[in-house]
Design a protein around this ligand. Sequence first.
Ligand SMILES: [Zn+2]
Length: 393
Amino acid sequence: MSECLDDFSPPLKKILGQLLAFDTVSRHSNLALIEFIQGYLSDLGIEATLIFNDEGSKANLYARLGPEVDGGVLLSGHTDVVPVDGQAWRVPPFQLTESDGRCYGRGSADMKGFLACVLESVPSFQQANLRMPLYLAFSYDEEVGCLGVRSLIEHLGSSDKKPAMCIVGEPTNMQPVYGHKGKTAMRCHVHGHACHSAYAPEGVNAIEYAAKLVNKLSDLSDQLKADSDSRFDPPYSTLHTGVISGGTALNIVPNLCQFDIELRYLPHVNAQPILGSLKNYAEYSLKPAMQAVNEDADIEFELLAEYPPLLTEPQSDLAQWVAQWSGCSDLGTVSFGTEGGLFDKAGVATIVCGPGSMDQGHKADEFVSLEQLKSCCSMLANLRHWMSVEPSQ
Ligand SMILES: [Zn+2]
């Protein structure tokens, strides 16, 4: 029986519309959305655990279906979305607009489309005779450095029953993704010493010392190209300066300059020695010269955000199973980061595979196509089947 896309799953569209209507931009609370999902699950007889942030303004949701045994599969998604400020939207961002086989709205691709597919499929997972548990893990604050999911993973680690594998539903056009780079973002504060520019040698010019550090960073970035892995794009680790500020007036030697740097590193690369050589340069080459002029001069590094890389062998069971369930045997990597690295680090084998494309994510008129949603539902149906039948000998 063929299914017309136009008639495709009214319940799914309804849930997607409900999820999109919550403005869960990361700077806002996600509690209204989380309570909506908790209520939806509760109506189905499923008890969900909420794991709140310190302020109680945001929460992760964690739920289990099926038998309380070790192993099983975790479906992971974040509930927050990026802002719409300054973007020229032609449709209202916080509601579902359906047109030409596409569902528009902020977060439709990244990643409420996946959440809607998962929620819509919950009743059929309940009806199946699952031989292992299915976990739902919906986080907050992914878009601002994968912050929320960490307490959820801690919760998972404290339980004696743990999922064996995880599918993160970030938008990959339903291509199974086995790897991405890790990221560390830092802010460097250079404290110099101010004086009138006519007496410049008596001051410590924070901008000029920051410039030396930025140059060092640029040299390090060139060196990183020697260590490559052709499965990633670009095939080497990258290090760059993204923002810089300092100084107050031309006739004052600046006493402060700060700049933000970002390292995106390959899974086999250790980030510590790279950042360590930058810090050593500051500590042993620059600071002595600065402090010879003024002992209060200093250079400090502040960690802004970080997440680990993801690398699951493409030949692993999970990667091959997700390839079967999604119907896409062309496994790949992505340039953006996900919570997958954190699950992987916690010992849960992880693959990223979800509906929609990051070409649309974070942009005005973000959308996910009905075909992508349909393909995601089909992956979940195949997963359900696999989870509910005994493996054949
Ligand atoms: Zn995302």
